[in-house]
Ligand binder design. Structure first.
Ligand code: CTP
Ligand SMILES: C[C@](O)(CO)[C@H](O)COP(=O)(O)O
Length: 290
């Protein structure tokens, strides 16, 4: 890692995960590189952290299929904060683990603030990033999330014998294709949590370096653990560690499937205005103190 920031204050490191394979989007067209408003998704994402004065360092996690292209994007942007491009792993959690190991090799201090962000959430706002950094002054773990406007159902498929099936993650297709409802395949609703307590997780998910490292260290022994986010690693493996919710935004979408690209094109002009405004404010604040 080149030139990690040296300061008496804890570094604020953004880990941008861009090592995914985009199977739900188009594996032949890596979504982290597709254009939104004429710029690659990953450029939008890196720019959000590059622009934030509180973020000192950026690490980008890639796979072999996108590595060269991402490196070119970073060069073309003239990034001042990207310190390393790290090979990721098979799953999202493997990629986070690879980034944490990389940071450990560079003796990152335990109190470093680490913001882990999906490379395919291009429109994270300046305010959200600042709120994440500030949250870590009060808690060791926080996640961006939005209150769910839908009622969330916890459901699991039922096996032929009426017992809960082993694979609770199956999507349980409930129609046989001829319009007949297949009760044996339908997931069965188990719990309906009070909606006021339910949120949709976004990123960044933010942690003191020692907290997220310890959570991943404990999770490493469990080969059946397949978390879809980093918050769950802390919630499951450091249950006494509170994870605060930082308010997110509906514009902070994750590009997951092809139709998300159309939504992204609609959000992009608004995101551009918000970033330009934040830049002007930063310049004004700097010059007013001169
Ligand atoms: N092995 C992986 C898998 C995911 N990610 C990153 O994690 C973020 C969220 O993942 P997701 O939207 O699921 O992306 P993919 O894994 O690429 O998509 P899919 O699950 O459809 O294959 C993305 O920025 C993705 O690049 C990663 O760095 N390493
Ligand atoms: C981390 C995340 O973006 C929170 O919503 C999400 O869990 C990533 O899941 P994916 O399966 O990797 O898209």
């Amino acid at each position: 890692m080149v030139g990690m920031s040296q300061s008496h204050q804890a570094p604020v490191i953004a880990i941008i995960l861009a090592a995914g394979f985009g199977t739900r989007f188009d594996p032949a067209k890596p979504k982290q590189l597709v254009s939104v408003a004429d710029r690659p998704v990953i450029e939008w994402t890196i720019e959000a952290f590059e622009d934030c004065p509180e973020v000192t360092d950026i690490l980008v996690v890639v796979n072999a299929a996108v590595s060269d292209a991402v490196e070119k994007v970073i060069d073309d942007m003239g990034s001042r904060k990207v310190r390393g491009i790290v090979p990721g792993g098979e799953t999202r959690a493997d990629s986070t683990r690879a980034a944490l190991e990389f940071l450990r090799e560079y003796n990152i201090p335990d109190d470093a603030k680490v913001l882990i962000h999906d490379g395919v959430r291009p429109f994270v706002s300046p305010k959200t990033i600042l709120d994440c950094v500030a949250a870590l002054d009060s808690v060791n773990a926080a996640t961006v999330a939005v209150p769910s406007t839908d009622t969330i159902l916890i459901a699991a498929p039922v096996g032929a014998d009426g017992a809960e099936a082993d694979d609770a993650s199956s999507d349980g297709a409930s129609s046989d294709g001829a319009g007949r409802f297949d009760t044996s395949a339908a997931p069965i609703v188990r719990i309906v949590p009070d909606r006021a307590t339910t949120y949709r997780a976004q990123t960044p998910q933010c942690f003191r370096f020692s907290t997220i490292s310890e959570a991943y260290r404990r999770a490493a022994g469990d080969e059946n653990f397949h978390p879809t986010d980093d918050t769950r690693v802390v919630v499951d493996y450091l249950p006494d560690e509170p994870v605060a919710v930082v308010e997110g935004s509906d514009d902070n979408i994750k590009i997951t499937t092809r139709p998300d690209l159309e939504v992204a094109e609609l959000i992009a002009p608004r995101a551009r205005r918000v970033r330009n405004y934040a830049r002007r404010r930063a310049v004004q604040e700097m010059t007013s103190g001169m």
